[in-house]
Write a protein that binds this ligand. Sequence first.
Ligand code: NAG
Ligand code: NAG
Ligand code: NAG
Ligand code: NAG
Ligand code: NAG
Length: 696
Amino acid sequence: MAFLSAAVTLAAAVLANAESTFSPARPPALPLAVRSPYLNTNQAAGSDGGNGGYLAGEWPSFWNGAITGWTGFIRVDNTTYTWMGSPLPLPQVVDQTSYEYTSTRSTFELQAGPVTMDVIFLSPVTPDDLTAQSFPITFVSVAVSSSDGGEHDVQLYTDVSAEWASGDRSKVAQWEYGTTESNVAYHKFWRQDQEEFIEDNQQAAWGFWYYATADGEGLTHQSGADTDVRDQFTSNGLLENTEDTNYRAINDAYPVFGFAKDLGSVGSDSVETVFTINIAQDNTVQYRDGNGVESIPSYWTNTYQDYESALDSFYGQYQDVSSQTADLDSRVASDSTAAGGDDYLTLTSLAVRQAWAALAVSGTPDEPLIFLKEISSNGDIQTVDVIFPTFPIILYFNPDWLKLLLDPIVRYQETGLFTQGAFALHDLGVFPKATEAGPEQQPVEECGNMIIMALAYAQRTGDTGYLTEHYNLLNQYTGYLVNDSLYPDNQISTDDFAGSLANQTNLALKGMIGIKAMSMIAQMTGNADDSSNYANIAESYIAQWQDLGIAQDANPPHTTLSYGDNSSHGLLYNLYSDALLETHLVPTSVYEMQSNFYPTVANKYGVPLDTRHGYTKNDWEMFCAAIAAPDTQALFISDIADFINQTPSNGPVTDLSETDTADYANGIRFMARPVVGGWFSLLALNQTGIPEGNTS
Ligand SMILES: *[C@@H]1O[C@H](CO)[C@@H](O)[C@H](O)[C@H]1NC(C)=O
Ligand SMILES: *[C@@H]1O[C@H](CO)[C@@H](O)[C@H](O)[C@H]1NC(C)=O
Ligand SMILES: *[C@@H]1O[C@H](CO)[C@@H](O)[C@H](O)[C@H]1NC(C)=O
Ligand SMILES: *[C@@H]1O[C@H](CO)[C@@H](O)[C@H](O)[C@H]1NC(C)=O
Ligand SMILES: *[C@@H]1O[C@H](CO)[C@@H](O)[C@H](O)[C@H]1NC(C)=O
């Protein structure tokens, strides 16, 4: 059977005789509906299992590769074409002529015989609107026009399968059909046995899915076995307006939920139909603080009483959302090209949906909270050293929201629930349960991260009250850094997969910048004695660090991976915080030295993370790029743009890849992680390149 389906796929590829262009790049997976940890569907493209970036002839899939059935047919003068998915038997596929992505959109241009289709998958990002950001919905606009001057008889079809409702395909799905007050027609489907705060293979085991479109003339619908519903359309060009009420397992005669729209006679004026897919969950996560374990509501539930009124409202906002997100796309485009050129826009515009989709915007107007899922690495929630590499994109779009990410962590630790030590915790558990800090410990890393992010938040928002409120906790972290950042004990850094080590040069630097940042926090909050004490300690440490951590006699000189190991090196990405916070701790000569060094150890797809392995982390590369001289910065950026275009990996972009092959690092399939938010490193700085006047 596997052989047969391979043959069918090959036939499909042969039928698609046009070659698509890809702009600004052909990413390893094309984002389709990427809004949240659970609404996260892409089209695999990379050569290691993907089809090269075509919407038809392959199933869309959840970030982990599980198929989320999504089909599109178009019937033109009685001939049916497939424009999305890989149903069997497969009607001939459309010719895809172009694919383009911007920050919030994936746009395909498809040719179905004599008609052209413009299909836009819009996954909004609304960083000034908690309610909109909290409602995971993706819009699909399908615009059809005649391309040969004639009029053509056109019917459009699409369905989704119950595979969206659970990652365990043996679970029973249930469904119903309805219309909202403003006539939005919807298929609602869900895992019959709802298990809140449980995942089946990373997909939610609770919540209600909606596939919707405007009701009206020419719209028909049907639920039923995949082959029945699709045959009905391909044979007749419309559906039966019937419901299959034999609720059954997702993989038992796969139930699908279809719409057909008769567009009538289509000429050169394009006719647009808008579909939406969304998941509605009353609560996003469980969270434990001093009051015990609570269920935290999805933020949109503060505004909408029920799922259908929310759907009704969001569907109706399509035009507004479309123009707001077009503005956001343009802003990212102009800022990115100004800061780092076209290649830089290739990175930033791919990062936006992926980063924001790891967030669950939750809570109440009095107490909004944002939870973050690591996604692929191990699904941890609120991981401090995952928030940290992500945070440049938060600073760029809305620094106020950084507090909402830090609040669950500081509140947990301030209530005394963290008993492992005086250092900052690593995570709050495994998404969607933020109920117990996990056992992993990265003491210097996380203490430094918390202090650096708290100061960045206050600098950008002016909220020094936040620093006063949490002064004791931040001071406690600083005590840990004073003890352990000059000679960090043997421990893991955020790059835990690379192994543990004592005296890590880059980790020590983070601790020292953290101490200097605390000196600034003390200054801002009227704690003058602490301020001068910490400033003195940080200055003393950084002077010693330059002797301990720099291989002066190397050619060219560079910092080491660990003290005294002069043949070792690594990305000195923690230097970024010195520039970001304007701590003025590290001399400009260190920036220049590293900027001169990196090109001497660059491989085809980047500079290795350190001398232990051939792989790199592209979030950290961009932290280094942001504070490098123009040539070195351009080298980092173009190597990552090449990686995006050429990687054989086929999941949503990985942040960890081999520098010689651009493939996943051996055995570690990081993908879809929010840390690509770190690609906004240039835009989060006030000015890019080596900062002027850092002397000590
Ligand atoms: C499509 O099929 C119908 C029914 O068989 C027929 O009446 C109609 O003329 C056909 N249209 C075209 C454009 O071939
Ligand atoms: C730092 O070290 C001192 C001396 O050993 C100890 O008393 C103190 O508790 C340590 N502070 C932290 C935060 O670990
Ligand atoms: C850390 O570096 C210092 C200075 O080189 C050295 O004395 C100490 O032994 C190192 N620690 C470890 C655990 O290697
Ligand atoms: C490493 O280099 C430093 C100065 O560049 C030198 O003082 C030190 O002795 C070297 N260490 C080793 C083990 O060669
Ligand atoms: C960056 O620029 C803004 C606006 O000019 C300024 O308010 C801020 O203090 C600067 N520094 C940082 C770290 O944001």
